[in-house]
Write a protein that binds this ligand. Structure first.
Ligand SMILES: Nc1ncnc2c1ncn2[C@@H]1O[C@H](COP(=O)(O)OP(=O)(O)OP(=O)(O)O)[C@@H](O)[C@H]1O
Ligand SMILES: [Mg+2]
Length: 360
């Protein structure tokens, strides 16, 4: 998967920018406020019709404008043939996804353009709530197994229904038994898929982290959301009075988490900032590696300010790893000298300089 040409209109300070990215490594540099992160946001908009920095489109569209547009040529299946992909979105809420002459749904677009973002928000994978780590697991499980999305949606539906019954305060025992039976069935299926994905991910994560920093001994483990020694239906019964009082279901896959530990202690509490950056990057890079092995398709990596938090040696190791993957990378930095010396001569590296929203 790669973007072979890109044209951005009216995204933040990028009123009109067009360029031909390299298939492998693209370095975008420029001063603070020149538009580097905005350019990554534009690629994210191309893959998901929204930004990674804000949920509100009105902040993404250039001030005083009404519509953003990103047009590209993409080689989605790495078949050596590009097809046109264009996304437009306006302040009235209209979103148009056009691929090769047809209109696509958002979920079709998401599987067409698998994206991974590494930026300061990625630290949330360690420091944020379990919901962020569940999202991370579910990205992988979604791409790893076609049945995942149906099971995930069904589980959410049944859980919502059970929770609204709990909120009413009264729940008919026969009705509850029926809901619980369905809930347990989807919970077990969902948990099996998440567990299987994490089992596949761990060896890749270990190997990549070792490449980026061989001193760190990090253990990943999956916590399914309830004590696995007790069947979930027993737990649902045991917890009923508490759940009724709280108005929601306390045990199940909605509480699943990915534990990241170093010497048995939470990595969020123990690691330095730079070490955290390497760990969260290894998690994201491992997802790309697993995805590539399963689908034979690379991902697009959007890496905002790669050198920040890293010393020269770790920055070099990071670049050396990226160079050996199949992914197309868009990497931003303030000073290109911080990255340019790290690549092998045979690697396709393109360098773009942004100044006040213009490529120079
Ligand atoms: N909706 C908008 N319309 C116009 N300009 C905007 C909009 N939103 C943000 N900007 C401006 O766009 C410019 C580019 O921001 P961006 O975050 O992309 O810079 P950057 O190159 O990543 O800077 P840094 O090195 O500080 O991270 C900033 O000056 C910002 O104020
Ligand atoms: Mg920035």
């Amino acid at each position: 998967m790669s973007i072979t040409s890109l044209s951005i209109k009216k995204i933040r300070n990028l009123s009109e920018v067009a360029f031909t990215p390299a298939k492998r490594i693209n370095i975008i540099h420029g001063a603070n406020g020149s538009g580097k992160t905005s350019l990554l946001e534009a690629i994210h908009f191309l893959g998901l019709t929204r930004s990674f920095r804000t949920n509100q489109f009105r902040y993404l569209v250039t001030s005083a404008e009404r519509e953003s547009l990103v047009y590209s040529e993409v080689d989605s299946y790495s078949a050596g043939k590009s097809h046109p992909l264009g996304i437009s979105r306006n302040l009235d809420g209209d979103v148009r996804i056009r691929y090769s002459g047809a209109t696509l749904e958002l979920s079709e677009l998401a599987s067409l353009l698998p994206l991974q973002v590494i930026n300061t928000d990625t630290f949330e994978l360690l420091e944020g709530s379990p919901a962020i780590r569940r999202q991370f697991i579910d990205w992988g499980a979604f791409h790893a197994d076609q049945t995942f999305i149906m099971i995930w949606r069904s589980f959410k539906r049944v859980l919502q229904q059970r929770n609204s019954l709990l909120k009413c305060g009264k729940i008919d025992p026969t009705l509850r038994e029926l809901w619980d039976k369905e809930l347990v069935q989807y919970a077990d299926q969902l948990t099996a898929l998440r567990k299987a994905y994490i089992e596949v991910l761990i060896p890749d994560f270990d190997a990549i982290l070792h490449r980026l920093n061989s001193d760190l001994d990090i253990r990943l483990s999956f916590a399914p959301g309830w004590d696995q020694k007790i069947p979930l239906d027993t737990l649902l019964n045991d917890n009923l009075q508490r759940d009724l009082k709280q108005g929601f279901t306390s045990a199940g896959p909605q509480r699943a988490d990915l534990k990241v530990k170093v010497d048995g202690v939470s990595a969020a509490e123990r690691l330095s900032r730079g070490q955290k950056k390497l760990v969260v990057s290894a998690l994201k890079l491992a997802q790309g590696a697993v995805f590539h092995r399963m689908s034979q398709r690379p991902c697009i990596y959007l890496i905002d300010d790669l050198p920040s938090e890293l010393d020269e040696q770790h920055c070099r190791l990071f670049c050396e790893f990226l160079e050996q993957t199949h992914n197309q990378c868009f990497i931003t930095c303030v000073d290109p000298a911080s990255l340019l010396g790290f690549w092998q001569p045979e690697t396709e590296v393109a360098c773009f300089h942004l100044d006040s929203g213009q490529l120079v």
